[in-house]
Design a protein around this ligand. Structure first.
Ligand code: GDG
Length: 460
């Protein structure tokens, strides 16, 4: 079997046990064949300093896995990472054209860093390596590698949604981005809807033809496409839930909230996650179903994210104000409706929090998949499981049909679904949970990486 080379914006030390599902899957796939993981080191070098500004590759060998990273200049980081990846691609791919900042310097920086990655990666490659590139930061990487002579098999996985053609076309460089994707051999998406959006774009804007099942031909290349919904490592998460930290967390929460019903949200503080709409829906719940006052408590963990992008700062202020208002209007001396925590919670404790909650609110406005939904299911006690309220606009909704699906823009509808989740009879909760658990076990993270890599490996 060929050696695997994984390329992503950031690499993760594969020895760290607290790493999330993706890192675990990548580590496992890399260890199976021996492999190389290439990406940005997370460091920015000082351009005025001759010694440090030399762009070397840092190589570290950990067993049969090699980590290779490069540093970025401040300007490259600002234009590629903050400007284009997180100021253009992230908002547009999440349908937020209003938040996109189209500036040609960002596009130039994005191209420059992709060229830099290609140039630094090429000398490390062996002829029969297969390369797996991850996410929106690196769309043009295969095209840049091909331009300097790389003939290896290269696959790409998009972790975020693929928008419909009309939205995609709002990006000034949309044609270049889409043409770049045809330099890959296999492009994987989270869901069937993403495959459809890509296919519509390719057929209408690039005259692509279907030349086989899930195969498109355009720009003199044949591209294989597919939906590979990412999963979690269910077994790892179940064993994390039985660990000391998670059990302590569970007991603490159960004792603290013995008279109350706990609702939970766990998200990066990101405008795609629908946090203000969620607070509005919870407020509506208290207004319309008064039995929840002095009873239901929403814990919202919003872990800090991309704080140097302006839109994230606005969201932070909006959340502070909405949570302050709901607590001011409905709170009692001994009960606060919302506990809003703008901090990262240790991964080992998360399953305890999930298990102590009656209801999880996973209500993004748009999301590629959403792993919190799957983690919540895996952490439940099957004999008395909590219920998942899930946005129909999360990729996970294509699979998790037994959750209560909501439209997060519809405040009253969402409040009604939350009330239904809070009052759902035990039998129904058990049946729904068993069906959901079966789904997430069948399509776990191991299935995800091996089905993608097997397809890529088998492409002639
Ligand atoms: C992108 C796509 C797609 C969150 N807060 C804390 C914490 N988390 C962990 C969760 C979960 C992960 O972060 C979040 O994953 P999501 O899937 O929900 O979202 P994104 O970060 O936006 O990821 C997404 C994913 O890629 C994979 O393809 O599903 O659609 O947007 O694992 O548990 N973890 C800890 N403390 C926190 O405070 N430890």
């Amino acid at each position: 079997m060929s050696r695997l080379v994984v390329v992503s914006n950031r690499t993760v030390d594969p020895r760290k046990t607290a790493a999330g599902g993706l890192a675990v899957a990548v580590r496992e796939s890399l260890q199976r064949t021996g492999g190389l993981w290439f990406g940005w080191s997370g460091k920015i070098y000082d351009e005025s300093d001759e010694m440090t500004s030399r762009r070397g590759v840092h190589v570290q060998t950990l067993g049969n896995v090699t980590l290779a990273t490069v540093d970025l200049s401040q300007q490259d980081h600002d234009n590629y990472y903050l400007g284009y990846a997180n100021g253009v691609l992230w908002p547009v791919f999440h349908y937020r054209l209003d938040l996109a900042d189209f500036d040609t310097r960002f596009a130039a920086g994005y191209r420059r860093v992709n060229q830099l990655f290609a140039e630094k990666l090429l000398p490390l490659l062996r002829p029969d390596d297969i390369i797996w590139v991850h996410d929106y930061h690196l769309i043009p990487l295969a095209a840049e590698l091909r331009a300097i002579g790389c003939g290896n098999r290269i696959g790409f996985f998009l972790h975020i949604p693929m928008p419909p053609p009309m939205i995609m076309a709002a990006i000034p460089e949309h044609e270049w981005l889409m043409r770049s994707l045809f330099a890959y051999d296999l492009v994987g998406f989270q869901g069937q809807i993403d495959v459809e959006h890509f296919t519509h774009y390719a057929e209408s804007e690039a005259n692509a033809r279907q030349v086989g099942p899930q195969q498109l031909r355009a720009f003199n290349r044949t591209l294989r496409l597919g939906a590979y919904p990412i999963g979690i490592d269910v077994e790892e998460f179940v064993s994390l839930a039985n660990g000391k930290e998670a059990r302590e967390m569970f007991t603490r929460m159960r004792d603290e909230y013995s008279r109350r019903r706990l609702l939970l949200g766990v998200d990066r503080l990101d405008y795609s996650k629908g946090l203000p709409q969620r607070i509005h829906a919870f407020r509506e719940l208290l207004a319309h179903y008064p039995e929840n006052r002095d009873s239901a408590t929403l814990i919202q963990i919003a872990s800090p994210s991309r704080e140097s992008v302006a839109a994230y700062d606005d969201l932070r202020r909006q959340m502070d104000s909405l949570c302050g208002a709901i607590n001011g209007d409905y709170g009692e001396l001994d009960w606060m409706p919302v506990r809003y925590i703008h901090r990262h919670v240790a991964r080992k404790r998360l399953p305890g929090l999930y298990r102590a909650s009656k209801v999880a609110l996973v209500t993004p406005l748009r999301d590629g998949m959403n792993l919190v939904a799957k983690e919540f299911i895996a952490a439940q006690d099957p004999s008395d499981p909590g219920m998942l309220v899930l946005s129909r606009f999360a990729g996970a909704a294509e699979q998790l049909k037994e959750a209560l699906l909501v439209n997060p823009y519809d405040t009253q509808g969402t409040a009604h679904a939350i009330q239904r989740a809070l009052t759902m009879p035990l039998d129904e909760r058990r049946n729904r949970h068993a069906a959901l658990m079966k789904r997430i076990r069948e399509h776990d993270v191991h299935w995800w990486s091996s089905s993608f890599l097997d397809t890529l490996q088998d492409i002639p």
